[in-house]
Design a protein around this ligand. Sequence first.
Ligand SMILES: [Zn+2]
Length: 203
Amino acid sequence: MKVKIYAGLVRRIIYGRKLKEMNFHFQKDESGKYYRKHYDDDDKGGIKRIKKYCRRRFLRCVLSDDSMERSSTYRANFFKHNKGIFGGCKYYFCAYCGRILNKHKTTVDHIIPVALANRSARHKRMLTVRGIKTVNDVRNLAASCLKCNSRKGSSGGLWIIRGYFGRSWIRVLLKEIILLILGGFALYYLYYFILSISLFDFK
Ligand SMILES: [Zn+2]
């Protein structure tokens, strides 16, 4: 169970330090600015205490199910299961643009975004039909560069197809090679096309 505590600027100044002492992490995302902490599902006492703490201080406290939430370990989990190009654990392809990335520059993207899985039943079903129980399952993760990751944001559609396609580095490599060959052919024909026009003109 994840506990999120939303607080405005003033309350952040007053209670921010105390919440950090209680091991809450400050976070900013599409749902706003909040402090978050993970509680075990059977830690009923802890959850009750924090709810009481918030009620007394007029802090908005939201509990959410972990399975459709971004976990703190998905990144590590991704790298554990995906060894990258040639299994070296050093380089990864961006699933979306095919750029080669150093491991420390690789961001791990949720192919079906967390926000969509929370909001839309259709996207949640796209996960469950494949037997995926949480958005943080490695099958829903892909390596991505920072640029594509932020461009994608929480959009679905074609991004999801590209994400699934680009999940395997071999497929990305094949795609890049095919594009390179096609590009080569195009340049080759363009070159002769221009040559033939200019020859025609000058004669
Ligand atoms: Zn990219």
